[in-house]
Ligand binder design. Sequence first.
Ligand code: HEC
Ligand code: HEC
Length: 506
Amino acid sequence: MQMRPKYKVKFIGHMLYKKEILSENLTCNVMPLTIVLLCLSIPFQVQAQVELNKESQVSLSEKIIDSDDLIYRNLENLGGKHTIKARDKRSLSHAYDNLSDEEIDKFILGKSFFNIPWVEAPSATTARDGLGPLFNANTCLSCHSGNGAGFSLDQDGHINRSLVFRLSKQESQLDPQLKKIVTTQGFIADPVYGAQININGVHGVLFEGTPKVSYSTQTIQYADGQSIQLQMPKFSLINLNYGPLDKSTVISPRVALSLVGLGEIEKISEQDILANEDVEDRNNDGISGKANRVYSLEKKKSVLGRFSWKASAPTVKQQVASALHNDMSLTTPLINNENCTKFQHDCLEAQGSQSLEVPMKRLEAISYYISHLKVPAQRKTHSNRQGFKLFKKTGCSSCHKSSFVTSENNRIYPFSDFLLHDMGEALSDQRNEFLAQPREWRTPPLWGIGLAETLSNNVSYLHDGRARSIEEAILWHGGEAESITQKFKQLTKSERQSLIQFIRSI
Ligand code: HEC
Ligand code: HEC
């Protein structure tokens, strides 16, 4: 390769969240203007000094990756100032530092409502009764063990309760008037079963149905000749106790998401998320990225969605209210009706008291608790550093964006852009949710993903838990990520392993 003269760039910057001086020497064989752009693209307030240096022989791509070294070093602070060093079963359970006494009380109250099981009304404990009539689990913890993610199958191959099944009428089968309602109200539920299949009922109320899965396998070949088998799930519902589903109803499987860094995600400005939007792919990189616009139950208008697999919840509080409603059938000021449809008579008759089962103070305490949990630090090794370079080089960070600065000036590394991407037909769930199309999913944050194996004996990845390993999860990426998956398949075995090791280290 013909080498052009090189320029030496000196970065002198203050790390934004640590008042520490940082000085780096980078060399590039590009023109000064490009260097200035390169300097601006890294997360420091940078002064660049450029000097000519003709001897050196390093290529530009390596140098761009070198600037990522600066980012890599900071991954020890994945959650910025709210990072915890320990990586163990309790890693996702630590409160932020410096909470006031009042805040600590709120945190503890929220924690107790998150952890302790709810019971059927009437009971001796009015504070936590009201579970059901129809429900999936009796505590948040049964789907978010250790505040982490759920999984699809247990050791005996049974579907775990943390994999839930959303129901909605297929958008393509709706008339134009109802189609419009989908974009403003999210979806149209099944008329008899409602928005989610409930696998449990209280005494005297029949549960709704039981999910079933079968798999077909497919073999994926790597460029180096190695191969791996993926399993494509086919979900169905049996024991439907209230008759068949509506003909146009589709089933969307969703595994419980991990609750890492939620409070910090909420503090990323809307502007910073929208800055990565490129719906028409004007920059021609094959990656579009679209924001979901969803209905806010509090503001009573359409706002940016950032939580859940399809970015259909605008705030932690609204997501918690829908968990209480859909998963446990507990009423809150945001959703104050029980989770029964007009066809479910026993359910309607079994409704508990007329007063709210979870008043605002408790709803806010639960939201406060899960929004003030520290983010575990990255595990550092030499091979993880290589893996991070490959992560960037392969193009994973076009969607799994490394870093944002929150409104409280905290630099965090969630590895997500919080936007929707077309992930290809194999990942389609046939469901529209506000602006999200069936093939579109929110880039899930990757921080904390390496802890899944520590928090639970069973792990699974992707929205329906079909991937048994991080490697399988990567290979399912299609649609906008197709070319990146192809690049991954070109890597050598040891390169693939270090990329995967890197992900397991965060
Ligand atoms: C029956 C299983 C189940 C129970 C019980 C449950 N969840 Fe979840 N949780 C899920 C699933 C599934 C998702 C993903 C939802 C989706 O994408 O539509 C989720 C997502 C979330 C999210 C969004 C996380 C993100 O990154 O976007 C939050 C917050 C959350 N749950 C909080 C709670 C709280 C608080 C409770 C208890 C009140 C609770 N959950 C109870 C299954 C459950
Ligand atoms: C076009 C955007 C895009 C690109 C590029 C991309 N991802 Fe993803 N990634 C996603 C989306 C969206 C999902 C969720 C898909 C689903 O669940 O159906 C996902 C899911 C994942 C998951 C599973 C997360 C979980 O919690 O289950 C992992 C791991 C992952 N990606 C790693 C990678 C790696 C490694 C690369 C590069 C080789 C990559 N991704 C490239 C968008 C992207």
